[in-house]
Ligand binder design. Sequence first.
Ligand code: GLV
Length: 326
Amino acid sequence: MAQPRIVVTREVFDETIDFLGRHCEVEANQADVPLTADQIAARLRNAEALMCSLTDKVDATLLAQCPRLKVVANIAVGYNNIDVAACTARGIMVTNTPGVLDDSTADLAWTLMLATARRLTEVESYIRGGDWTGWRLKQWLGVDVHHATLGIIGMGRIGQAIAKRAGGFDMRVIYHNRKPLAADIEQRLNARYVTQDALLAEADFIVLQMPYSAETHHLIGAQELAKMKPTAILINSTRGGVVDDVALIEALQAGTIRAAGLDVFENEPKLNPGFLALKNVVLSPHIGSSTEATRRAMAMTAAANAVAALSGALPPNLLNPEVKRA
Ligand code: GLV
């Protein structure tokens, strides 16, 4: 019997291709040349599986051109690039990569917290510029992370991993979520549920970790920024679009808040140039999960999901279990 075909849209690790090759005919893109929607559609016309990244849009227009498609395996935990309802309507399974990236993404959120608090990118360019003439008492004063209040909006697995790290810094942790965590988890994390407005008003560090959707689009805009302390530091380690970038740039220019640490942006990779002119932002290019071990684990998780679906089994990270009944 002919093997099923899988299209992989971007470069992955060799071991991922080897694994897929044991189960499918693989159309890979190891040259990593970004593919247009039409190019993806052309490759998918005779394929049963798609392994894609968060930059690939999987919508009804694409799906209409892929009559044989059975599974879309995203190499990401977030899946706002995929129209899951349209997949379900066509009987196509959708999977993501939860769990394997929680700790690395939490580490990156913390990297941004510490770097903004201690002005790391500013001081580094000062040293590299050859401007350092010696130690001074009032030089490059930052703010303390330890004993400050950490406010986390979005308390899923990654939010909880961020909260867990706060214990070592003796922080007070408050959070807002669609629903409060179970009491034993709150107790373990030493975290207290508050309203979003209370969190915005009380937190010294506000970390955004909710998924992006129509409901969370511009969750943080001018009004929410105005509710924060002028000393607050905002960290976005989840998705561009949950913050209104124009409003954030205005707030950072006006001193409405102290600083921001951003791993994600609206219209990535074409971020608003207003950010580049600001000293009180630390910027990174959507690398939350980007450690070698984690990215390898994400690619293998996506591959295992795709292979499971192709073999007729339920993939471990199926997002639309109702598809089996559709
Ligand atoms: C990365 O942003 C992911 O969703 O995995």
